[in-house]
Write a protein that binds this ligand. Sequence first.
Ligand code: HEC
Ligand code: CU
Length: 368
Amino acid sequence: MPKLKRRHLIALPALASLAVLASCTPSNPQSTFDALGPVAESQLLLFQVIFWAGVVVFVIVMAALIYISVRYRAREGDGDPEQIHGHKGMEIGWSIAPAVVLLIVAPWTIYTIFANENSPLPPEEGGLVVEATGHQWWFEFRYKVQDRVSEEVVTANELHIPVGEPVNVDLVSKDVIHSFWVPKLAGKVDMVPNNDNGLWMQADEAGVYAGQCAEFCGVSHANMRFTVIAQPPDEFDAWLREQAAPAAEPTEATPLIRLGHDVFVTRFGRETPADEDVQGAGCNACHRIEGTSARGTSGPDLTHFASRATFAAGSMDNTAEYLRSWLHSPEEMKPGNVMSRDGEVFNSPTGLTEVQISALIAFLRSLE
Ligand code: HEC
Ligand SMILES: [Cu+2]
């Protein structure tokens, strides 16, 4: 190894701070410096007030430090400096100065907390409510909407919202503490088991916003992401109506799709009605598909699985190839996930056969 020279050592912190500063670019999908909704904007403003107050303190303290170090440095022949005990003026000064800083920072903080506490359009006044549930390691979204559609809509990892409208999000957890965070729309709020939390947020521009669990919650915490899709209200309403309907009958229910359906809803190890040579995989133990007999609730609702762009909490694009890898070895694709941990078929020595996988992919991809 080449010997590290002193100037290399000096370059290291400089490089490290460059890397840290690079994360401040607003073009980053999870940058809080690119606030695109009223909640994120007020939080950004608070950050800036505190940051600049900090900069003023930093500059004054550093200037004083440098001035005093140079001006009063030890010189040849100096004895001990004059010893003093207490200095009333200075003590009053360094009590008052922080109080002044606090007077700038505290009211702004308190104002921001209260301003963001209450949704401008709460559920009582007809505001949209979504219940977001944190699971190890994915998000479930449940729309409680009476005036838009009559059915309850349940989806996973992709949260659709109408642009320009406040959305109330109830935050709950099924297992451990998670945290709901959409950096460009609203700061993080924890999802705590048995303790109702909530926030509201609003997107001012249509688009896809990155979201992420922001509280370490186990092995696949880093693979626990979600997206917020902000759409014009009429598009959002159309989406909601589609989601409220049972999975559309595929226009062409091919034998492979039918076989996939049977593999999905038949108990693990039993032969399927469609083909006695192919056995069931018991996926219905954990997944619900409206319009079929699958009624499981511990995994994501798959009624409109094919309408989602990604799956396994943003880990993979929703393509046939990734689905194949996922069903072949969920553990390899997303370490620790509950499907491979508890699914009977994934704990059997054989796992799913190629025939079962192909049929399941055809079926899942028909769930528009
Ligand atoms: C023990 C319960 C369980 C069983 C059995 C099970 N799953 Fe899952 N499944 C889950 C859980 C939990 C997740 C979420 C995993 C994650 O993202 O961490 C999941 C995720 C999925 C996803 C991705 C959904 C999304 O939108 O992110 C698909 C597709 C899927 N499972 C298909 C199947 C199929 C097909 C079978 C049958 C071979 C099956 N599952 C059996 C629990 C189960
Ligand atoms: Cu988490």
